[in-house]
Ligand binder design. Structure first.
Ligand code: ADP
Length: 511
């Protein structure tokens, strides 16, 4: 079937695309397995060479890539360039530098009780990784898992979001142009049925980014076949503004953190808690600053359109419910005034909100900032943690020690002090969520290692006939008791330990 793809911002046709026939899935897994057998055997330096070519290809086609992302999502060009393309090239560059060290076999210590043996961990690619990605950052959230998985030696099948399919095709083209071996990265263009069929096709690992609802479905399906997964899910990220914060920076941080990408960001600012003593000033300044944001499709617009029409219905529902329950709308338009199919939603600021409202509990995923005042730090932490999510959080204070202490009390996969969103862009840090924010983490060394099977290895030179704890056990119980007491008891008694060990050795050599 051929899809006609329209821009969410202008509603104009921006391209057509052939959907992948579900009957090709077996063939795709077979090609991936074949490509994997060669790719996984290449030295990491060779694999990195290909990834470098991908990076240079991206730089070569920067403007065209930005245009495809921007046309497909409605996000403004500067955001497509910085939050998608720049993050990806930095990530590839990081992997080029770091992958060899992260994936190198690692020697670890061996306890004295295993004297003479050596231990190490080896990282081996898993096989075929299925990457299922969403529409809000369709380039970044596809490319980074792909590149990490490839660096680790896997083959990849990407199922990009059907909401932004031209970005999937763009990625496919990039890897072909960079000369990546056939079958190593395949893109399956289609909707959730195709995604579900790919999960059933038994990949060796599933990397999923998307909604909690779909994450649960995928986890359930994966469990039936015991396929390991990594899930990057939702957030309802709190921002805590203390009385001593640099208020102008906090206002600007809330403005950008809440409204970038029209709030369609799982790491964004989604709930704001401000110390009572600076609450009114914060709200006034934020409302004033929001008036100056320019929305549209111009090259230098600040805020673009929504990407997915259905998301506007969720925003409408949350905001209407809050207003019905007594919230005050200080910026933006009442949802009743929105036109049918309107994709440019003016940034909204809500006060008089509480945790009984969906806007403070559910993922609104839109340009909405609900703000509450708090009286004590204790209360701020309790409110921030009162969520089923736990992806990101921010704390604003001039006292960095206090900021760190508050962060320590937050249940969150990520946290920032006097900044927003940013941890996801530092490739040295792992990226993953707590609670319904997700399961597992990628990025950083642990991310690359996550795309591997770890083999824990111990080596013995094999010269001795046998070990002291092997059969027969005759007369060994008491000796082991002495050995354990003297080695792990309150005061370590080396003599007692060595005496027991020697006797055990003697027994062994006698047999
Ligand atoms: P969103 O993109 O709004 O977060 P989803 O979580 O539903 O929404 O979608 C994320 C990705 O998961 C998309 O690529 C979508 O096609 C895919 N998907 C949706 N449902 C399933 C499913 N049951 N099995 C596999 N993939 C799915």
């Amino acid at each position: 079937m051929t899809w006609t793809v329209r821009s969410p911002a202008t509603k104009e046709v921006i391209g057509t695309l052939e959907e992948t026939n579900g009957e090709r899935i077996n063939e795709m897994y077979a090609s991936a397995a074949q490509a994997f057998s060669t790719w996984s055997g290449l030295p990491i330096s060779e694999r990195i060479r290909f990834l470098r070519k991908v990076r240079l290809q991206i730089i070569e086609e920067l403007d065209q890539i930005v245009k495809v992302i921007s046309d497909s999502t409605g996000k403004v060009s500067v955001e497509a360039l910085t939050t998608e393309v720049m993050t990806v090239v930095d990530s590839i560059s990081h992997i080029e530098k770091r992958a060899a060290a992260a994936l190198k076999t690692k020697r670890v210590k061996t306890p004295l009780t295993f004297i003479g043996k050596r231990s190490y961990i080896e990282y081996k690619p898993r096989g075929t990784v299925l990457v299922i990605s969403p529409w809000n950052f369709p380039f970044q959230l596809s490319m980074i898992p792909i590149v990490e998985a490839l660096a680790a030696g896997n083959a990849v099948i990407l199922k990009p979001s059907e909401v932004t399919p031209l970005v999937g095709r763009l990625i496919e083209k990039l890897f072909t142009q960079a000369g990546l071996p056939d079958g190593l990265l395949q893109v399956a263009h289609g909707g959730k049925e195709l995604g579900a069929a790919l999960v059933k096709g038994k990949p060796d690992f599933i990397h999923f980014t998307g909604s909690v609802r779909t994450g649960k479905i995928i986890q359930t399906e994966a469990a039936k076949q015991l396929i390991p997964t990594l899930l990057e899910l939702g957030g309802k990220d709190p921002m805590i503004v203390c009385a001593d914060a640099n208020l102008e920076r906090a206002v600007q941080g809330a403005l950008w953190g809440g409204f970038t990408n029209s709030g369609q960001v799982c790491m964004s600012v989604e709930r704001v808690y401000v110390d009572k003593s600076v609450y009114q000033e914060f709200v006034d300044r934020l409302v004033e600053a929001a008036q100056h944001l320019r929305q549209g499709t111009a090259a230098d617009s600040d805020i673009g359109s929504m990407t997915f029409p259905q998301q506007t219905a969720i925003i409408k529902e949350h905001v209407t419910e809050a207003l019905d329950k007594g919230a005050t709308l200080l910026a933006g338009d009442h949802p009743d005034k929105w036109e049918e199919g309107q994709m440019f939603i003016k940034p909204m600021i809500l006060t008089n909100v509480n945790h009984g409202m969906a806007v403070m509990q559910e993922e609104t995923f839109g340009p909405v900032l609900p703000i509450m005042a708090f009286e004590t730090e204790e209360e701020a932490v309790a409110l921030a943690n009162d969520t089923r999510f736990g992806l990101n959080a921010s704390v604003w204070t001039a006292d960095l020690e206090r900021g760190k202490q508050i962060v320590s009390r937050l249940i969150s996969g990520n946290a920032v002090i006097n900044d927003v969103i940013i941890t996801v862009a530092n490739p040295y840090l792992p990226y993953g969520g707590a609670k319904e924010g997700g399961i597992g983490a990628y990025h950083g060394d642990v991310g690359m290692q996550g795309f591997c099977v770890q083999t824990a290895v111990m080596v013995d030179k094999g010269r001795r006939k046998k070990e002291v704890n092997w059969f027969p056990y005759e007369g060994k119980y008491e000796l082991f008791v002495r050995l354990i007491r003297s080695f792990w008891g309150e005061n370590r008694n080396w003599r007692g330990f060595l005496a027991a060990y020697r006797q055990l050795l003697k027994k062994e050599s006698r047999k």
